[in-house]
Design a protein around this ligand. Sequence first.
Ligand code: 2HA
Ligand code: ZN
Length: 290
Amino acid sequence: MKVLDSELMKGYARMAMDGYNWGWHERNGGNLSYRMKSEEVEELKEDFRYDGEWQSIGWQAGDENAFPGLAGEYFMVSGSGKYFRNIELDPAANVCILQLNETGDRFRIVWGLVKGGRPTSELPTHLANLEVCKARDPQIRVVYHCHPTNTIALTFVLPLDSRVFTREIYEMATECPIVFPEGIGIVPWMLCGGKLIGDATAEIMKTQDVAVWAHHGAFCCGYDFDLTFGLMHTVEKAAEILVKVLSMSPNKLNTIQPDQFRQLNAPFGVQINEKFLYEKKDGRIGQLPE
Ligand code: 2HA
Ligand code: ZN
């Protein structure tokens, strides 16, 4: 089968367009990677070419990237400098499928980027995340990076502390702790595109599905495009409510209390991490645990 006719390509392009339509992909912002299933590789292999040169994964000076946990695997990845708004229009020019070598430290392009280019500048972070996510749960295949407006705005006014950020987001929508009971991790501002920020993000993704990059954007992971997009959408929706609340008042008159969150655990089959359910002194938004 041709890659362009596959359900995988359609699902990938739809997610890219959804993110663009939500305003999370200005210019060439954001990137999306998918670790392919072996049956998808088998089905699409006839459309691959194996004459591409093996290339190193890091593009910043001194970066030595190796992902032995992903050796030999295939990934659908957006192109560096490509615009999400063009992906659906011309997937073959804006997306590629790459294969890692048997030691996981080189890749070659087997499909796509037909007008030239490299995979996303954030490839080290994507592969670092996909590697730890695979070790945590082999069903996790999608890693998504975008620039969601309200989530980013909050990184200027909330303490850059995973507990506070998560708790304030949780309080904005009952659904949040059910969708991401392990909360949101925070990466302070760091140089993007390199190994250091990749490692910091992957440290979070060992246990959490969402990582916010202060003053930049967010990363999330999931089993498939629907779940991963839905996760980002849920976080950003709650962030938008918080921005509205903060624009009215620095304090909340009413909110969801820790014991009310705990009531969600049994009926929804989740275990909300207790570190987010600390007591607060008053309704002030952004207070640190005692
Ligand atoms: O330009 O979003 O973080 C792509 C990015 C880099
Ligand atoms: Zn970015």
